[in-house]
Design a protein. Structure first.
Length: 340
């Protein structure tokens, strides 16, 4: 009986290749791990293949397509999730090809499986007035409310991803001029984002009254922590945001019909920069995108900018006089004769 080599390749891929050679973050590795957990569940429940007995020779194009269809039809996953799972499998198989090319033909057939096309969602974002209503909700008369207000302001003003926000430490902030904040993004990329005047003032005051952990050096304290002085989680930030979104809905001018997540505030900052005429190159660097093609989604999403651009270039060639067809007796008689 041949050795089940799939577990060996998978364990090396997740534990050595991704963190060692690709320098992948723990969140990326966790996402990859979840893909294979679902794949093993599918193999066991749908194909009666025990995980410890799976070999690379079992990895066929038909099996992978069945897995993707199972994700979409039985698990109820969105097409974007299906495509993300496929991308993970492709990454794993490219690694296996370098280590063991004997299954080259079948693995290349799997690598040829394309992503499934799906309609691109409209970028959800808050308008300027809606953003102001949201930021007015925290009660700054107490420490917790003031912390929440600073958190929301920093999240919006820096355009940070939620994980980037949770990772900010005291040493990553410079409130003296020029005020900047250092963010650690995807793929261990580091960028410095300028802080606007009011946000810098809020952070200065917040750092003065912040309750620091006594067992950790002040510079190594996380900026936003929970009641146990532990790093605030992504879910903790989502909880805080949802609380104030519900309060903002009591204002009739806050007419938001979509779920407001921390990433929506990032979208809002990007859209507001676009609307202010900031160059896409600067917005790309501000958001930490690899290239402008990602940033361009904001330019495409701004219908008001499109309308103004079209109006500025519009040449009115349409005649002002609208003919009255009813007054043309010959035409009306001819039209009526067609139905006889």
């Amino acid at each position: 009986m041949k050795e089940a080599d799939f577990p060996k390749y998978l364990s090396y891929f997740l534990s050595k290749y991704l963190p060692g050679q690709k320098n992948a973050s723990t969140h990326t590795i966790a996402s990859y791990r979840d893909t294979f957990k679902l794949f093993l569940i599918f193999c066991e429940e749908e194909k009666s293949m025990h995980p410890e007995r799976i070999r690379m020779s079992h990895m066929t194009k038909e099996l992978i397509i069945n897995y993707l269809d199972w994700l979409e039809e039985k698990r109820g996953c969105a097409i974007s999730t299906r495509n993300q799972r496929l991308a993970v499998l492709h990454s794993f198989l490219r690694y296996v090809l370098k280590e063991s090319p004997e299954n080259l033909y079948e693995l290349h057939k799997i690598l040829s499986i394309p992503s499934k096309k799906h309609p691109k969602p409209i970028v959800p974002y808050l308008t300027g007035p809606e953003m102001k209503i949201l930021l007015d909700q925290p009660d700054c008369s107490n420490y917790e409310g003031f912390r929440d207000m600073v958190l929301l302001c920093v999240l919006y003003d820096t355009g940070a991803r939620v994980q980037e926000l949770t990772n900010i430490k005291v040493k990553d902030i410079r409130v003296s001029s020029p005020a900047v904040i250092t963010l650690y993004g995807k793929g261990s990329k580091v960028r410095q984002v300028p802080l606007m005047g009011k946000t810098s003032e809020l952070l200065t005051r917040y750092l003065d009254i912040k309750k620091y952990h006594p067992g950790i050096a002040k510079a190594d304290n996380y900026i936003f922590v929970n009641q146990k002085k532990q790093q605030l989680s992504r879910w903790g930030i989502s909880y805080i945001l949802n609380k104030y979104v519900e309060m903002a809905k009591n204002n009739p001018l806050f007419t938001v019909k979509f779920a407001v997540t921390p990433h929506v505030l990032r979208h809002a900052k990007a859209m507001h920069l676009i609307q202010s005429g900031v160059n896409l190159i600067y917005i790309r660097d501000f958001l930490g995108h690899v290239d402008c093609s990602t940033t361009e989604i904001y330019a495409r999403a701004d219908s008001e900018m499109k309308r103004k651009a079209i109006e500025n270039a519009y040449i009115d060639l349409v005649p002002d006089i609208i003919p009255r067809w009813q007054e043309d007796g010959d035409l009306m008689n001819w039209l009526n004769s067609l139905c006889e």
